[in-house]
Unconditional design. Sequence first.
Length: 569
Amino acid sequence: MISNADIVETIELTAKLLELHNDDEFKIKAYTNAAYNLDKYIGELGQLDFPQLTQIQGVGKMIAGKILEIVSTGQLRDLQELLAKTPEGVIEMFKIKGLGVKKIKILWNELGLDNLNDLQIACENGSISQVKGFGGKTQESILESLKFIQSQAGKLRMDKAAFLAEVILVELEKSFKQVEISGQIRRKSETVDNLLFLVTYEGNLPNFESEGFTQDEKASSPFVWRGKFLENKIDIEIRYVLENELLSKQFVYTANENHLKHRNENGVSLLSVGLSSGITDGLNQLEAEEAIYGKFGVPYIIPEMREGVGEFDWIQKNKNEDLVTWDSLKGILHNHSTYSDGQHSLEQMATYCKELGFEYLGIADHSQSATYASGLLITKVQQQHAEIEQLNKKLSIDRPFKILKGIESDILGDGSLDYPDEVLASFDYIVASVHSNLTMNQARATERLVRAIENPYTTILGHPTGRLLLSRQGYPIDYKEVIDCCAANGVVIEINASPYRLDLDWRWIAYALERNVMLSINPDAHEMEGYHDMHYGVASARKGGLTKNMTFNALSLVDMEAYLNRRKR
């Protein structure tokens, strides 16, 4: 069934293109309002009939019919017609930060720019800054965004890449006896630009051809098939390996080359040990890889950490069993309900959290400054706290479980927190996050975070850079200064587990641990299913070497309450 997100995205893009082509004003408004309201709808839109759809705020008869068309056919004729008369490059301009429909319309209709390459040239020669309504800052911002988009071309986020890899795996298993996913997917990389598969053969080398796969013959070789799968732009690589070499080759192709270059005290590289390990039949992959590391002279290093970024130092100081796992986590912090912009009620979010076996739910809806996300006015805060008190009595009858009173307080432009102190004091904990004014330079952005961290009410620094993988760079901060400040003020740093964010970046986890800063793996869930994003957060945390004892939400309910009480005092 088509998802709510797909329906909303179709309606939203239709609204933008209608405006781009100067269509009827009332029609544009109908699509725009519908997209806004549908995005907040909790149930499955695909299961509703016409009368039920018209009961949703902002959805009239016309839009209800369009939704049914999307559900039944998988597309919208109106949108297809608009796409047909809009250059692909113009549609790609919507990805550029700071460019809305009005500015794109000027670039296309008045300047004749219909692709990103020409837009970049116009920025580089200064033409854009001369256009009314743009200026030098806008030109610089467009150019920076274009360079970021280019650097991310042909990549997928971890979640999308993993899903696609499983689809391709099923297809390859129709042609090969044994298939293994390797490379970046096995290392749980946050973004992926290559899907690597190992397939076994005996006798003659395979000549692989299959529907949906398009080979790049120039890039391929007798031992490696390279190309694309269906309409996906990501590179696919299929390596043919002999059956008796699969274990050692899986080890080699899993790791980053910098990991394999590492040499032991005898000057021997890990790569040479892996290739000459002489792995015998009867071992599984884990046993085989443990044997390779043992022969190399170090403890086993998990696939996620094989990046060549300090893992050999880490393994000498720690043990793999100390790494955080899903089972280590005792509670779920930083979540949203229908009090702000969440999809499910506070009770639904808490009940499902308890069903998953957790001991506590930290609810952290948006604060009042986040008007775009229905942030909580002070009266709404009081109402939520009253409901939490009632739900805590109800949900703790059979076993201990508690909803903790939190808030995601916006860090304002000057670094202060949303709400006066007496309101901030009413929460059990506070996640302080930046959501606006993302264009500050490094000095100002860092100063802003430092002031928020130094606020005695701040418990957790939320998604420190505000990045959105593949679509928005994080704002520039001095990581060391921010982490040092958290250490000095006892503030926890969030690893936002949404696959769109994974922020704090795993590469800075080691420094946080060195400075004795705890980290919290938070899903930033806006619906019940969002809790499962913590799997991505755990993968990223393990990649950076996060241990259970330094994971904030690995604290039990008793320990968490004691910590928060000490913090408040």
